[in-house]
Design a protein around this ligand. Sequence first.
Ligand SMILES: [Fe+2]
Length: 254
Amino acid sequence: MTRPAPTALIPSSSACPLIRAATGAVVEPLAGAPFAEQPERIARRRLVLAASGLPLLALPGLAGATGSTALPLTPRQSEGPFYPQQSFFAARSDLDADLLQVTGSAALARGTPMALSGRVLNTRGEPVGGALVEIWQCDAGGTYLYTAQTLRQGDPGFQGFGRTVTDAQGRYAFRTLRPVPYGGRVPHVHVKVALTERDIRRDLLTTQVYLRGDDLSGDFVIRSAPAALRDRLIASVQTTAAEVRASWDIVVAI
Ligand SMILES: [Fe+2]
């Protein structure tokens, strides 16, 4: 997988201390305005938009979703406290879209392999090419690899964080782990979508994606999304003998 062009890394603005629930479980605080949908942004001139060849109702999971032609925005979700810090980036040079293999490490990632793929679209159903997509999640033991210290403590075979850039059809693809529950949270993968120009990064969306078939009823983070839009956060899942295949389209305000 081609590695994205170098991007100025902006420290997480919403990193904050963990919240320790009454049960003792470490949970992720809600950061920013998780209830809000994405604001409209005026950024057309900076975009690389390719013409969509797909009719709107052919998009996975979107048929009959709305009476209008506008696609609903993917809801925001909290970034949580585990977006990689500078010490992580200083210690780990392999940041590509294959999280199951770490350059220089002979170890294999523990857990169930998962292919996560889909498209980044705007509300008109047009693909957003050239978008930076990042994911991060805990390893199979529930440890987030987000600092140099947690890199030493966690699974050495798991990359923990990866990024890619969408192609002209807005497509992205990762090889990662099927996420596992931890600290009172249901399985999820954190996702950030940004545009880049002249090495300046502008975030379009920070959210979390869940897997269809998992019991999400008790998770307070997905419940923070508007009920009518929660389904936009759930990837469709196919399970084969070799891996889990999760498919999920992301709609951003462009
Ligand atoms: Fe998380």
